[in-house]
Every structure is written in C-alpha cells, then in structure tokens.
Ligand binder design. Sequence first.
Ligand SMILES: [Zn+2]
Length: 231
Amino acid sequence: MPNKRVVIIMGPPGSGKGTQAELLAEKLNLFYFETSKIIESQVTNARANESVQISGQRYWLKDERTKWQSGILNSPPLVSFWVKNRIIELAKEGRNLILAGSPRTLIEAKEIMPLLEKLYSLNNIKIVLLGISAKESIWRNSHRRICQLMRHPVLYSSQGAKLKTCLLDGSKLIRRKGLDDPKTIVVRLKEYRERTMPIIAYLKEQGIKVKKINGSPAPAIVFKNILKALK
Ligand SMILES: [Zn+2]
C-alpha cells in the first residue's frame, strides 16, 4: 500500500496539538507520532554517561535531559536523528502519519521535510498551525494534567478539575513535573517564538500549504475546523 498522507500539527505549548492529533489519528486512521514522547523516553531512560554521535558531534543525554527539564529545545541534530529514524520505520510499515511537535526548529525542518517529501510526496503533506495567545498558553499549561499510565491529557474544565483518575484507563491524574511550571512555560514560549515560528516561512518557500486555525475554542470546534481545512 502506498503512503498517502502526513498531517503536521504546529502551535505553541498548550495550543491543543496533542488533543487534536489524537482526535485526527482516530478519525483519519493516522499513526500519531509524538516527538515529545520520543525525547522524553530517550532522556529519562538514558544511562549515566550515555551519548550519541552524529556527523562527528557528540551529544550527551544528561545535558539533553537538563535542557528538556528547563524548557529549552533539545539539540536539533539529535532530535532530527531520532525523528527521522522513526519516520523511516513507520513509512516502511505503510503508515500514514500525524506529527505533533515536529519539526520544532528550522534545522529539524530542513532535515525532516525533504525526507517526508521523498516518502509521502509534497502534495500529501498538510500543515495545521494552531494559534492561541501567550496568556492563554501559560494558563492552559499551568492547569494541565495527564494520566500516569498512558499520559492522556485532561483538559481543564469545572468537571475535569474534580476528576482524580483517567476516564479511559483509571490511572492517577498527575501534573507534568517541571515542564508545565509557569517559569518553564515562559521559556518554552520564547523558544517557540524564536526557534519554531521561523519554520513557517521556510515551509511556504517549499510550496507546502500551512492552514491557520484558531486554537482558542473548545476542542470539538477546533477539530471540526481542522477537518474542514484538510478537505
Ligand atoms: Zn489515561
């Protein structure tokens, strides 16, 4: 079966990328490729003194863990290396993909986009850019909880706030330690503005269409608008 589709969801922290990616994965039968999970598992499971060498440069995973915990983006060549390997595997399996959180730097975009074009062809790549204000991003992130078992996100609402366990699997709801602290979120937002936003101009130069969607409404409405934009 030929590979036919890649959807990439971009947007600042707290814009609902993960939630929309999960909904779209289900609806459009896409494999949800979550970069933050790859990075999290690599840096938290790293052995002491573990490193990866890429084009003569060595990356120490303990340094990457420090960056990750403080909200600074991980070294682009290393992230690209992990992400590209995974994309190649998934393309071989004939999967159609939804990416949330990649590419997150221009360097990564220049590595990943040509690979995706080769494997899926330009016409089949769609980019959705979710927009929310900085204020909303900080508020949403500082109220976010996820479940311990599957890391399902729980959106903040008066009903959601009363929940103690995940409705899907019954595991405990927790805060993401460090990553969602207000101080860390400010760093993440700055990183997004300075290092991720420049990707949009690059994508347009490459002839890849970027659909802008307002990320402020309720997830169901945002989802409907994304589906419309992808048609
Ligand atoms: Zn769960």
